[in-house]
Design a protein around this ligand. Structure first.
Ligand code: ATP
Ligand code: MG
Length: 600
């Protein structure tokens, strides 16, 4: 295995929270991490909203800025911790008045507006369960999730309600209350006005006793590999959110932090709402959509220090500013406040790590986790070197391993037992030892799938990895995506990464196309950078480039050009759709496909 090492910053502006990996692991325990949280006053348990909001007010930090929300029209709305404590108290009262109580599901279908934060944390204060939906979902995925999640309350806007919910309301008998956050509630039958209700409510609220095991959040997975699953998370997850944000995102109390993920997904909730607010930092929220210039402007104007984003966004930025080209666009902004960049959600190509270093002056730190794990499990740390292309090493408190695979590509379970791989570099399924506080407590209404995710004392992630001799983890692919070709097992990510090193390639999606002789042949769908035209010459060049980089057994044998690779709404390449289209099979669940409906 070979890789490029990107050295840690020899003179960091702030001392990193983790600079000696082995020492941090040795010193860590979850019970000590739990002891750093306040818990509810009077020993009444643990509630995420108390840790994220009220405790800062109680410790004299009420005037610190919790949120800086940048509107689509660039107006900035600031919210202090004290204001957030009051608005969330009001919303908790509203729920109580409506007869919504412990464990009842409150669903949001909202853009990234200030009300969203109030609703999320107010719901948790009331010990109800928050289930966020991505606002760009179409009517069917919305109804499907409202039903699956037993939604009792929906908080949304007049327009989203009209377009996505009103027509199906009769088929959602469990949905008792719909609250409309903007104007228009009056004209919509069967809805209530959020403003009027919250204005009439008191602005203090005593959080009822909350068990760390009480359900807090319900998150649907991205649907990359199939029908989305509803993962159940509890208040105790806060312990992991706090600890992992300290180590993997290097959050310090005075930071300005921007997580670009939408709170409709687990990243946007765990690290766009809960973890940073627990740390008392200022969270930047952008209501607008991706636009390279806008993003650089927000980084500069909001003086973002720590930035958590995703490979798909980085690839879009790389498209406008190649590493070896002129850096005019980012160069025209003052990005000096920026001190740490992390990424999650998909494999981060080594090229993207180096792009960050060369274009923004900071390498990108990849980290790995899933909706099910609730928090970052494997990461590259601010105080450690980066092995470009590796997801990093397990966080303190996280025990990971690699399990030998069976015929179906998943961990081999024989008589209930699994086997850990012994040789460094051997591919297998990534597994985690249950016991970290943010582990999902099951898929809602799906015991069979929940059970299938555990074996022999391990949680099986469904992802294939290699671990090198020093304990760093390298993503190979999802067990479902791995290509078997002429006796070789090929991870699509490796092929995609190699192709992305070619200056013409903006993005690639790689699949196995069934073949009578080889079993599968590696086929790449490639989108090109501006200035490059699809055609035979570039195809020949990319095929040769792939062979040089990867060798003939792994290199793509076929290349197709596609400027619109299918992505999930959270930005991941949907290889299963490329496969279905290639083989003429049904596309399956496309509710999370990016282009099923115009963006909201
Ligand atoms: P579904 O489970 O519905 O198919 P999903 O797995 O994409 O959807 P998420 O929980 O949002 O839903 O995503 C977690 C997955 O994303 C991981 O299991 C892994 O496959 C991928 N992933 C996340 N971070 C990384 C990373 N740093 N490197 C490689 N893959 C990553
Ligand atoms: Mg998954």
């Amino acid at each position: 295995m070979s890789w490029q090492t990107v050295r840690k910053d020899p003179a960091p502006r702030v001392p990193p929270n983790l600079d000696d990996y082995d020492a941090a692991r040795a010193a860590f325990s979850w019970s000590a991490a739990r002891a750093e949280l306040d818990g509810l006053p009077g020993g009444q348990g643990l509630n995420i909203a108390h840790e994220a909001v009220d405790r800062h007010v109680a410790t004299g930090r009420g005037e610190a800025l919790a949120l800086r929300c940048v509107g689509r029209d660039d107006t900035v709305t600031c919210v202090t911790y004290r204001e957030l404590a009051r608005s969330t108290a009001r919303f908790a009262h509203v729920l109580r008045e409506l007869g919504v109580g412990r464990g009842d599901r409150v669903t949001t279908l909202l853009g990234r507006c200030p009300e969203l934060y109030t609703v999320v944390l107010g719901t948790l204060k009331n010990t109800s369960v928050l289930c966020p939906l991505f606002s760009a979902f179409g009517p069917d995925p919305v109804a499907q999730r409202l039903r699956l999640g037993d939604a009792r309350v929906l908080v949304t806007t007049a327009e989203l309600y009209r377009r996505k919910v009103a027509g199906q309301r009769e088929r959602l008998p469990g949905l008792r209350h719909v609250l409309i956050v903007d104007e228009g509630a009056g004209e919509l039958p069967g809805t209530l006005a959020y403003d009027a209700l919250t204005a009439a409510a008191p602005d203090t609220f005593a959080i009822p006793p909350t068990s760390p095991d009480d359900m807090a959040l319900l998150h649907f997975t991205s649907g990359t590999t199939g029908t989305p699953k509803g993962a159940v998370h509890v208040h105790e997850a806060a312990v992991a959110h706090f600890a992992t944000a300290r180590y993997a995102l290097d959050l310090h109390p005075d930071d300005v932090f921007w997580c670009t993920a939408d709170p409709g997904w687990v990243t946007g909730m765990s690290y766009g709402v809960v973890a940073p607010l627990m740390h008392g930092v200022t969270v930047v929220v952008d209501e607008g959509d991706f636009d390279a210039r806008r993003w650089y402007r927000i980084l500069a104007e909001q003086r973002v220090g720590v930035w958590y984003t995703a490979p798909t966004a980085l690839r879009m930025l790389m498209r406008t500013t190649p590493r070896d080209g002129p850096h005019d666009l980012p160069g025209s902004f003052d990005l000096h406040a920026l001190r740490f960049i992390a990424s999650v959600g998909e494999p981060l190509n080594p090229e993207a790590v180096l792009w960050g270093r060369d274009v923004l002056g900071l390498p990108v730190h990849d980290n790995w986790w899933q909706t099910e794990t609730g928090a970052i499990m494997i990461a590259n740390f601010a105080g450690c070197d980066i092995r470009a292309g590796s997801m990093g090493r397990p966080l303190p408190g996280v025990e990971a391993t690699v399990l030998r695979r069976g015929e179906d590509g998943r961990a081999l379970v024989a008589d209930g037992r699994v086997t850990e791989v012994q040789d460094p570099g051997e591919e297998g399924e990534l597994a985690l030892r249950p016991g970290w506080p943010s582990m999902f407590r099951g898929y809602l209404h799906d015991e069979r799938r929940t059970e299938a995710a555990f074996a022999d004392g391990w949680y099986l992630t469904g992802d294939l990895v290699r671990r090198d001799a020093d304990g760093w983890y390298w993503f190979v692919g999802r067990a479902d995506d791995v290509i078997k070709s002429a006796g070789h097992l090929i991870g699509p990510f490796e092929v995609e990464s190699a192709l992305m090193e070619h200056p013409a390639v903006a993005e690639a999606g790689v699949i196995g196309r069934p073949d009578a002789v080889a079993g599968n042949v590696v086929k790449a769908f490639v989108s090109l950078r501006p200035g490059f035209e699809p055609g035979a010459p570039i195809r020949r060049e990319l095929l040769a480039f792939g062979r040089r980089r990867l060798g003939p057994a792994v290199a793509p044998r076929e290349i197709a050009f596609d400027q619109h690779l299918p992505h999930t709404r959270s930005g991941k390449v949907m290889r299963r759709l490329l496969r279905a289209r290639e083989t003429g099979l049904p596309e399956g669940d496309t509710s999370t496909l990016e282009s099923t409906e115009g963006s909201a």
